[in-house]
Design a protein around this ligand. Sequence first.
Ligand SMILES: Nc1ncnc2c1ncn2[C@@H]1O[C@H](COP(=O)(O)OP(=O)(O)OP(=O)(O)O)[C@@H](O)[C@H]1O
Ligand SMILES: [Mg+2]
Length: 387
Amino acid sequence: MLSDRYKILIVDDNEGNIAVLSEILGQLKQCEITSAITGSVALKQILKQEFNLIILDIKLPDIDGYDLARILKSHKRTIDIPIIFCSAIFTAEEWIKKGFELGAIDYLVKPIKEEQLLNKINYYIRLHEKQTGLMRELMCTNKELEKQNRAKSEFLANMSHEIRTPMNGVLGMAQLLQLTELSDEQKDFVEIIITSGKSLLKIINDILDFSKLEDGKVKLEAIEFSIKELVKETITPFVVEAKKKNLQVLYNVREEISDSLIGDSYRLMLILNNLLSNALKFTHVGSIQLDVSLLSRQGSSLLLQFVVRDTGIGIPPNKVDVIFEKFTQADSSTTKNFGGTGLGLAISKSLAAIMDGTIRVESQENSGSSFILEIPFGISPEHQELN
Ligand SMILES: Nc1ncnc2c1ncn2[C@@H]1O[C@H](COP(=O)(O)OP(=O)(O)OP(=O)(O)O)[C@@H](O)[C@H]1O
Ligand SMILES: [Mg+2]
C-alpha cells in the first residue's frame, strides 16, 4: 500500500533528544513520528511496520547505530529505508565517513539546529511524494495494460473461434468435392483449396492456443500414457513427409524410462509436433532425430529430456533468444521461404512452462539445431517399483 504519511522512526537513548526532534518534526503535517530508545526496540518496530526514514543515534545501549544500520542494509525488506545518522561525535570526519560507508544518506550534528532539520526532512518528504506519485502512475498504467492485454487475448480467442467454424466447413466440402468426378485441372484447384485451407486452419489454431495460454485458461490434464506409443504416434506423420525431402528420421526412447507415465500427453505432443515440424521445415539434407532420456528421478516423479536434433540451416547466435517470442522468426525472409507465423516456439515455451518444464536451443548456423525440452512426469503407481 502506498501511504501519504511520511513515517519517521527516531532512535535515541536520550528521551530529551527524542522530545526535541519530535517537537520540531511535528511541525511537518505529513510526518508520523515513532521513537525507540534502544537498537533492539527499534528493530522490533521496523519489523512491525514500514518506515520512510530512520533518524539514528550512534551510541545506543545495546546494538549501536552502526550495527543497526548494518543489519538493516543486509535485509531485502529494509535495505532501501533511508538512514540519517544523528550524533554529537560528528565533529570527527571518520565518524561521518563510516556512516556514509554503511549506506546513510545524510547526517545531523547534535545539538540539532531546527531550521537545518526542517529543511532536510522537507526535502526528503518531497522526494518521497514524487516517488509515491510515480509508483501510483505506474500501477495504474500496469493495470490498464493488463486490461488491454486481456481484452486483446479475448478478442483473438473469439475471432479465431469464429473463423475456425466456417473454415472447417470449407475444408470438409472441398474434401467431399475431391471424391466426385473431376477433371485434372479441377483436381488441382481442389488440392490447392485444401492445402491453403489447412495452413490457414493451423494459423488460426495456433492463435487460439496462444491466446488461451496468455489468458491463463489452459488447464493441464494428468492422464496415464505410454511414452513409447506417444513418441511413435507423434513421429509417424513426419516419416512420410521427411521421405519426400529425402531426410532420415530417427527416434529413441531410453529403456530405463518407465513406459507408463502420468501427465498431459496431449500438450507434450503439441510441443514435440512444433519442434519436429520446425526441424523438418528448416532441414534440407541429413536427418531429424528425437531422443528421450531420463534426467533424474525424485520420488514418483521423472524428469525427462526430449532432444529434437536436426542437420538443418541452424540459427544465428543473436537470434537464439528471440525465436521463442511470439510472431518472431530468425530471418525476415522465413515466412516467404518456409511459411509460418512465428508462434510455434512461443506456444511450446508457454506450454513447457505451465508443465513446470523448460525449453532451450543449441544451434550452429548451417550445421543444425538441437531443441532441448525438459519436463517432469509422474509414474503410475503399478510401475513405480520398476524404476
Ligand atoms: N529447427 C530449426 N532450425 C532453424 N531455425 C529454426 C528451427 N526452429 C525454429 N527456427 C527459427 O525460429 C523461428 C520461430 O519458430 P516458430 O516455430 O516459433 O515459428 P515458425 O515455424 O516460423 O512458424 P509457425 O510455427 O507459427 O508455423 C523460425 O521462423 C525459424 O527462424
Ligand atoms: Mg514452427
